[in-house]
Write a protein that binds this ligand. Structure first.
Ligand code: KG4
Ligand code: ZN
Length: 334
């Protein structure tokens, strides 16, 4: 395709991020300012606080990103931004900033879906092979997405209740860990040789959907029952049981979908892709079954603007630009 240099902005949740990406593949800069420390005291992301923090940092991060790249707005071919889904007040800040830059510099504007970004983070590492199947797992999402060709997304399965990361965070909280608790549970899960057996939500035999709220409730029930009886629970065995249950279902359904849809590649995306247990279980299964697996490096799995720049490349090539009347959409569909 045509060479292009895109300035990308991501503010859908609790990181303010700005990147410059060449040709949807090469990251020149990818600055991420996380608000985790701010939200930790509340035990989760507080939307109004997130919005205010984005306002405070967006201009500075745009300037320092361009500075780091040694480039100016005039060097950009387009401005891309996450349109949704996400927190409305958070998305708005990025969208307004992107529109302002596009108007001021006379550059085309590209609206990107956050999940398309998570999926195309993989393109920053290697070209995608189609059809590809993406397992998107984050604090807000749990989806199996089929990509028959570039930019064509078909959700074939999704969570009916909690997202995986959300379940991790709730279980972590019950075990006494600070937000975000996923990494703590992941670490704890390998500290015991014992496993507290927990249920697996397979749902209907032909379904690619997920459900994690029952599992989360089962963990809480084990903790409550033990507390009532005055018995001790090995938190590591409980974390291990929880993690095994989550991973079993994610791996099994992904592999089933890879076969059913003839996917040439499995892509693991989103913040929970950092989970060591999930990475190793999925790698082992893919290896055994000869399925190429792609997992972006950690910094590209969690929310960042480089992935938005990668996804925007496709729209730049097809000339799919947004007008200045584009609006942030917290419930945007893929
Ligand atoms: O993609 P992300 O950075 O933000 C969203 O778009 O949600 O994902 C954050 C989520 C949090 O729920 C966090 O607890 C979870 O990813 N997470 C993990 C691990 N690292 C991050 N969950 C399980 N194991 C991990 N190692
Ligand atoms: Zn995300």
């Amino acid at each position: 395709g045509r060479p292009c240099r895109i300035l990308a902005i991501e503010t859908s949740c609790d990181e303010t991020s700005v990147a410059v990406v060449d040709d949807g593949r090469k990251v020149l800069v990818n600055q991420v300012s996380s608000q985790i420390e701010t939200h930790r005291q509340f035990g989760g992301v507080v939307p109004e606080v997130a919005s205010r923090k984005h306002v405070e940092s967006i201009t500075r991060i745009i300037e320092s990103s361009l500075g780091e790249a040694g480039l100016g707005l005039r060097d950009m071919d387009a401005i891309a931004v996450t349109q949704g889904p996400g927190l409305i007040g958070a998305l708005l800040i990025g969208v307004v900033a992107a529109k302002t830059l596009a108007l001021a510099a006379g550059k085309p504007l590209i609206a990107v879906h956050h999940i398309a970004g998570h999926i195309y983070a993989n393109q920053l590492v290697q070209p995608l092979a189609y059809p590809a199947l993406a397992l998107v797992v984050s604090g807000g999402h749990t989806e199996l997405v089929l990509l028959e060709r570039p930019g064509r997304f078909r959700i074939i399965g999704q969570t009916r209740d909690d997202a995986v990361g959300e379940a991790y965070d709730k279980v972590a909280r019950a075990l006494g860990f600070p937000y975000p608790g996923g990494p703590h549970v992941d670490r704890l899960a390998v500290e015991s040789a014992q496993t507290v057996p927990l249920p697996r939500a397979w749902l209907e035999p032909d379904s690619y959907d997920f459900s994690f709220s029952g599992l989360k409730s089962a963990v809480l029930a084990v903790l409550n029952t033990a507390k009532m009886k005055g018995e001790a629970v090995d938190p590591a065995a409980l974390a291990r049981g929880f993690q095994e249950s989550v991973i079993d279902v994610l791996v099994e359904k992904s592999m089933r979908a890879v076969k059913a849809f003839g996917a040439k590649q499995l892509l693991l995306c989103g913040g929970v892709a950092a989970n060591k247990g999930l990475r190793s279980a999925l790698s082992a299964r893919c290896e055994a079954e000869g399925v190429p697996l792609a997992i972006p490096p950690h910094a590209l799995c969690t929310d960042n603007a480089a992935m938005i720049g990668a996804a925007a490349y496709l729209k730049f090539q097809t000339g799919e630009f947004a007008g200045l009347d584009m609006v942030a959409d917290p419930g945007l569909s893929l």
